[in-house]
Design a protein around this ligand. Structure first.
Ligand code: API
Length: 293
């Protein structure tokens, strides 16, 4: 058995996160280990944020993101806040720069403990999202669920925050939609060659949105930070809201600001639960501290 790596079980608005400390190691967290930790009732999670030594100069760490099904994600907003909280507690520092598959992100812990992450620039080109066929206008693409003449949801906005998102706008309560039924169909729809995170969103005022997300590779979650960003920019882009909104997710609220320089800033909390050690090859683990479980 390899030397065990430290991890912290955390959450960002109920989005269940494992922060895995892989600094100074040459091995990786394997998809098998991710699936084993996901299957365990105590360590079950939506995303693992594996912190590695930096690859690119000027960054603090390289972060690899694994979904609970073992696949990789390019971006994870809630998980990035958890990483910042863990590293800030360890180092006393307040600002960090990370490299992810979505690019280089900067993040900051505020005095009140909330954390802001610069999630980078959204992308709207059909090849960038990616879509399987050309759509000139990605603010409203032809796609629907349900009968042709009485669709349940239709005409989503699509966007990339490094990872692919589709946002279906609805007039009523987002909880009344059976996202657990049509989420998987849309996640795997052939229009999304790399699959997609599926959100239903209701605009409640020019500054407020309520949404739920079926996550690619993870299913229904209490919150999805990158989806909140994709939803906020899509709402602003289509004139539904301004560029600064409060997004209400099942797990709580995020503040999203789509800055004039095109960067999307997400602000919200992170919460520590307990710490342990695990084998990055197999996912075998042991508890190190008492805590919520
Ligand atoms: N929960 C994450 C996103 C996970 C994305 C993942 N499901 C994918 O794109 O495969 C967040 O807070 O942004």
């Amino acid at each position: 058995m390899a030397e065990l790596a430290r991890f912290a079980k955390m959450n960002g608005l109920g989005n269940a996160i494992i922060v895995a400390d892989m600094r100074g190691r040459s091995d990786r967290v394997t998809p098998d280990a991710a699936r084993a930790l996901a299957a365990d009732q105590v360590t079950t999670f939506d995303q693992i944020m594996a912190i590695y030594d930096p690859v690119v100069g000027g960054t603090d760490n390289y972060i690899e993101i694994l979904n609970c099904d073992g696949t990789q994600a390019q971006a994870c907003g809630n998980g990035t806040r958890c990483v910042v909280q863990a590293l800030a507690a360890e180092t006393g520092r307040k600002t960090f720069t990370f490299e992810t598959k979505a690019g280089i992100l900067t993040a900051e812990e505020h005095e009140d403990g909330r954390i802001s992450v610069d999630m980078g620039k959204p992308r709207f080109g059909w090849k960038e999202i990616p879509l399987a066929e050309e759509f000139a206008d990605t603010s409203r693409i032809e796609l629907q669920v349900g009968p042709i003449d009485a669709p349940i949801v239709h005409s989503p906005s699509v966007a990339s925050m490094g990872n692919p998102h589709a946002i279906f706008w609805v007039d009523g309560d987002v909880n009344e939609y059976e996202l657990d039924r049509f989420g998987p169909l849309l996640e795997n729809h052939p229009i999304f060659p790399e699959k997609a995170n599926i959100t239903i969103a209701q605009v409640t005022s020019p500054e407020t949105l309520t949404m739920r997300t079926w996550e690619r590779g993870a299913g229904l979650t209490l919150a999805c930070g990158s989806a909140a960003c994709a939803t906020a920019v899509s709402a602003a882009r289509t004139g539904r809201t301004g560029r600064r909104v409060t997004v209400t997710l099942p797990g709580g609220d995020l503040e999203i600001y789509w800055r004039e320089d095109d960067h999307v800033i997400m602000t919200g909390p992170a919460e520590w639960e307990f710490a342990g050690r695990f084998d990055p090859l197999t996912g075998d683990w042991q508890r190190e501290t008492e805590g919520v479980a």
